[in-house]
Structure formats: C-alpha cells, structure tokens
Design a protein around this ligand. Sequence first.
Ligand SMILES: NC(=O)C[C@H](N)C(=O)O
Length: 882
Amino acid sequence: MGRPLLLRLRASRSPLQLRCPEPCVQAAWLQKVRRSSTLPQPSIASLLAPSPASAHLRTTPSVGETITVNGFVRTVRKQKRIAFAAVGDGSSLESLQVVLNPEQADGLSTGIAVAITGQWKESPSGKEQTYELQAEQIRILGQNDATTYPLQKKYHTTEFLRTLPHLRPRLPFNSLILRLRSQVISQITNFFARQDFVQTHPPIITSSDCEGAGEVFTISTNPISSGVDKQSSLSRRDDQFFQSPKYLTVSTQLHLEALAQSVGKVWTLSPTFRAEKSDTPRHLSEFYMLEAEVAFVEKLDQIMDLVENMLREVARSLKASRVGQELLHARGSGWDEESSESSVTQEILAKRWQGFIDGPWRRITYTEAIKILTAAMVQRKVIFEFTPCFESGLQAEHEKFLAENVGLGGPVFITDYPRRLKPFYMAPSIESLENTNAGATVACFDLLVPEVCELAGGSMREHRLRELLESMDDRGLKRPVANHLDDQISDWPLQWYLDLRRYGSVPHGGFGLGFDRLLGYLSGVSNIREIVAKPRSKSPRIHPSTYKQLLHCLTNTTLAARILWGEVDFMATHERTAVEEVEHDYESLPPNFSLSANMLAGAFAGIAEHSVMYPIDLLKTRMQVVNPSPTAVYTGISNAMITISRVEGFRTLWRGLSSVVLGAGPAHAVYFASYEAVKHAMGGNDGGKHEHHPLAAAVSGASATIASDALMNPFDVIKQRMQLHGSVYKSLGHCAKTVFRTEGFTAFYVSYPTTLCMTVPFTALQFMAYESISKTMNPTGRYDPYTHCTAGGLAGGFAAGFTTPLDVIKTLLQTRGSATEPELRNVSGLWQAATIIKRRDGYGGFFRGLKPRIITTMPSTAICWSAYEMAKAFFIARNEAR
Ligand SMILES: NC(=O)C[C@H](N)C(=O)O
C-alpha cells in the first residue's frame, strides 16, 4: 500500500490540498470488467482526487493506462507545437488538463462536449496539476455554437447567469451546489432511517391552506381564466376539474400528522408553494421544505432536539466530505465568485458548520427575546426601526439581532410565541397552561441562524378536538354548519383533520425546515436563487412605495445620515410589512438594471448632495464674484458664515436652494443614467468588478455631464443669482422671469460652454478617481458605505482642485448680469472672462474660492456617491428575483 496521495489541484490559488485515499492495487479481472463495461467513463473528480467510493470502483488509472474521459471544454490554449484544453464534467471544481497537438485542438471551443481518449500521465514537475491526459483521440459529441455560447471564460454577474438557468449549472461552482444538495439529502435520509423514521410522499395538490395565510396557488385547468378572474372561474363548476377548489401545498404538515398516526415518525422533503411576495434573497414561490412529524411526544424540547441532532449530523458529515472540502476551497480561492457573489469567507463558512456541530444550541422564549431586544435598544447597542413589542412579533431586524447576538454565531431557538401570531394548529405552551394566563403563548419554535434568520419552525400540535375547534373558531376558519362537537361535514376540507382528533388522537409535534435556505447557509450563498435550479418567484417591479421611501429618507435628514453611514439598513426604513419582504442584497450593476432605477438613484443622490452642502456653495459663489460690493468681502469661510447670518439672516445661506432641488433631481437622474449607459456600451462593465476600465469611466463621466448640465444650467444660473449678496429675487420663479425678461433666454446658457469646459474634465477626473479608489479600497465591489463615501470624497476633492480656474470663469459668466461694471456685464465668453480675471487679479485670481470649493465638493461627492450607491443597492435588491 502506498502512502496517502496528495494531489495538488490544478488552478488552485490557495494552498488547500485535498487528501485522497490510498489508491487500491488494480486487480486484473477488475480492469477487464472496466474495459468491457458499458458503464460511463471515470469522472474527473475520481481521476483527480479519488474518493473512497471511486477508488473502490477502480476508476483510478495507473500511469500509462489509456482511458476515456467525457466532459465539456472549459478553455483551450493553443501554442505553436502544443495545445492544452481544460475539461470539466461537473464532478469537481477542478478541470482536467488535456494535452493535445494543435491539429487535435482544431474545432475545440469553450462549451463543446467531448469524449477524449488518451494516456494518463504524470505532469512534468513544477506544473500546477499532478496528472494530465495526453490525448490520442478526440470525439466531438455534438454541435457547439462557439461564437454565441454565453458562458465564455470571463466574469459573469449572478444576475446575468440567472437569465441562463439551463446553462449555469455547467459552471464549476453551480455544479458543486447540485452535488451539495444531493449529498445533504442523502445525509438526512440516513439520519432519519437510523432513527426509524418513515419517509413519505404526502400530496402536493391539497384542499386546505395549512398556514391559513391565504398564500396559496389555486389550481385551474382553464389557462385563460386562471389568474385572470380566479373568483368567477372557480365558482363555475364546469371549470373545476376536481369539483372543489384545490391548491398547491404550502406545507405538508397536516397530511404528515395523519401519517404519523400510522407509523409514529414520518418525514418528507417536498416541493412547497407560496404565493407570497418573494423578491428577497430568502424567498421563492416554489421551494423544498423538509418536514417531519412525530407522534407520542409531549414536549417541544424533543422536537428541537430532533432538529438539532439532524443538523449537527449534516454539518459533521459535510465537514468530512469532499463536497465540504470543495466548498471551503471555493470560498478560499474565489472559485465561487461568478455564481455566488458572497462575502462569506472560508473562515466564516467553517464557523457556520462548527456552530451547528457545537452544542447545545441556545433556547430562549419569545418573551425573553423581546426583553433582550428592548434592553439592547435602551442601552443603545442597536438602533431598530421598529420598537420590539410583545404583540407585534419579530421583525427581520430583530431576528437578525437575535441570530447574531444570542446565538453567538450558532443557531438559536426562539420558543413560545404569542398565540395570536401563529396558526390554528399549535398547542398551548406548557408554561402558558400552568399560568393564569392560559393559552397566551403556544408551544412552538423558530430556529434562527445568522444572515438567513428563520431556518426552521415547529410546534406541538393541538391534539384535543374541543380545543382545536375553539382555536379554529378564534381564527375564523369557517365551518359550513355551526358546529357541534360531533358534527361531521363531509365536504369541508378540514373535516378529515378533525377526524384525526376524533379517532385515537395522540400528542404529537413536528417541524418544517427551508431546505434551500439550509443549502444556502451551508455553502455561504446568500441568495437562494443561486441554490435552486430554476428559481420561481414573483417578478419585482419598482413599486410606488419605493419612491415614497426615497422621499421619506430625504426629508428625514437624521435618518438619511444614519443610512449613509451604514448605521441603519435602508430596508429597515420601509413600511412595516415591506421590512419582512425586502432585504438588502447588494451586487454589482446587472446588465438589465433598469433605466428608471438608475435615474431614480441618480436623482436621489443629486438632491441629497446639493441640499446638504448648500450654504458652503453659497459662500463659494460669493467669494468668486469679481469686484464684489464691500459689504460682501469675506476673509474666510467662518467669517463669511458669521457675517451673512448676522447681516442678512441665517436663512440667507439657503437662498436659491429650491432651484437646485428642482433641477438637481432630473439632472442627476440624467447624469447617472447616461453614465451607466455609456459605461456599459464602452464595455466598462465587462470582466466584472475586478477589471478596471479608467477610459470607459472617464468617457462615461464626461458624456454624463454634457447631458445633465444641459438640464441643470438654467437652474444653476438662477441659484447663483439668488446666492449673490443683495439679491433682489423673491423666489425661483421671480428670478427666472426677471432674468428671462431683462437678459433673454441666452442668459441661461451663456455659461454652458464654460460649465462644460469645467464640468467635463471635472467629471472625467472624478469618475476615474472614484473607480480607481473604489477598486483599491473595495475590490469585491460590495455595497460598503464607508468605501463609497471615502472614495467619493477623495475623488471629488481631487477633481475640484484641478478645475478651480474654470469654475472661477464660470461664476463670472453666470453672474455677469448682476455686475455693475460694464466690462463685467458685457463679458461674452470664456476667453474674455479669463483675460479679465488675469488682468485684475493675476494668476491668483483663478484660484479664488479654492478652499470652499474643495470643502464643498468633497462632502458633496461623498454624499452623492454614497446616496447613489445606496439607492442602486436598493434597486438591485428590488430587481433581485427577475
Ligand atoms: N411542518 C411544519 O411544522 C412547518 C409549518 N407547517 C410551516 O409551514 O411553517
């Protein structure tokens, strides 16, 4: 027997090596069996890192042996005398290196399916891989349109990949997720089998809404009436295939309860459907739920023990498995990047598994949870948008806090919720029964884990007939006839459920666990759309409430500031119901990111930027005025502030703001929309967030400015006029009218070319600097208020400093109408303005207002970029489920 073989995986970027079991000695008869066998060829995983199973099957070839491998070409590299193809088959993250001669490589392209026969060889030393296949014969198995194949070897965003659910499983990380699913199912199957549970297949088409939340999909055979006029279509008997309304199941629990009364312990892993809003990273309309039901148990703790033991075993076996090792490897070396933009590192993932393995997990009651949340809020450890309160249930932000702080990285059970918040089938808590306050809480739990929050929920079921009927009545579950305990109503959908209590009822309980969420948690994939083969969810659209929300944040400055600094999750500002539905999930700009979302993000940014920095901007304008009136000469910023507030009143500092608010919204909307559109057209989004395109950034910035300044210029002129010392205009309208009447329409645009001369280089410099600084500070490109803010500020300061001379010229042109001297009044263009400044004040004149300009610009651009990135993150989250 040889020593354990250490295979260094091809293309590994981390030192992680997979330990392979000892290769078996190859028996001659086995070789024969394999050669003549019709079984598929060895998988690449079994070749690169044989598992005990594959070694047992004798797929590990010896050096020099001829083998055939099936797979898909991931890349081809051709040199003069030699060519290399990387071939993958989904069995491993790694690909197999195939060595070919250049002629053999002809016709090979990324994506093509091949069967390659060749000699298994040791790679020359110093290569990344240990073994390779020296091709002898290549068989192309089918057509491949290489020019249009969408999964070329380059970076793809997750959103782009979601548009290709039929092809994305071919990516190495996606295939790993498929294997993870399969493995966890087999672990769970083993676990339950060892505990003598019976696996069952309850129906998918049901007649009742188990959770009573009205989130059922109704089944109809009539494609036209379905969904169009549900009510009328179902009331027409001839449209009812089943004679009575039927739904896709929201939970198999009720049926499992029936089956548990036969064999005691049952489980299922079934598709489940919910017609709820599902545009969050944790919800889908179709998902798999793992449910179990146990008869003859009387305590909720027994059900929690079951969940805990099961998940502990899953984590243990995952940790020891090849899939587990590959997941860690992927997290450590960026394999997962394109198919799951996740911030979960190798360490976090390992910690998550360990959190499952360590125990016992914390169990606290709902009442205790509310106390913990309230105390944390009072002690200012956390700011909640919604004050925790017993009656209202836990909001997403509360669950998140509990998962992170009470579970300390591991899971935490929250038990005994108020009866009112839970469905009809739950039994009262034991404590609740013992108390005078009988029935106030129910014997149930939610299992919370960090990031995912609710992973599972379970309860003791009400097994007593009278109490069950009372509970149904409390919730208005209408029975057709006023009920007597012994009434039997044959066509009432839940009649059979009552029978379970009528005939040989036993105490029992069970749980349901979101299986896709579990896989997401175990693999560190934050959005279950990357976990499920073909995610089904309600299409999102930009809802009117979104606009309301943005406005709310804008008008509430403290809230806006807290959001900008990342103290408050933007989502938490949404209305109560939406908090549960919408979650923040920032990813890079998707190709299909809508224009309106871009514009709205831009508008939000523009208004935020201009409003906050307005007073300083006013000072800058006044300091740049050539030949100002003696009462408007200021020695510095603070002197200017004090003088203006004292002489003209504090409110003067804000004069003209309305013009900016009115103009900045649309102008910035145009600005960011053009920026993203030009950047996209110039390939600035290609290659993903790790590639840097300064030219694209600069050109898009410049184009954006040309478009937006055309819109903003008149508003800017009005603003400047109103900011001047001794401005006589009463309002925006008054100013606009007066300027138009006395100076004509051109007054609004005389400074446009100068503005562009200034803003185009300013924007190009700023965007270039912003992109460069962001890429350096935040290489993953995730939403990070701190980097957006810092990069935005630095980029703005840099651009502002360099363009101050042009800004001085612009101010002269924009305010010429308010000047008293004829030379200044009649200045007609950039060059003339520059000459006047030079003559009167020398070169120093071109740097007047430099300091306030940098001081205004830095926070302005910081706010602007932060607001823009925040709004963008928000829209991406809304765009999620497309
Ligand atoms: N089987 C269960 O306990 C799951 C529960 N019916 C739910 O949908 O949350």
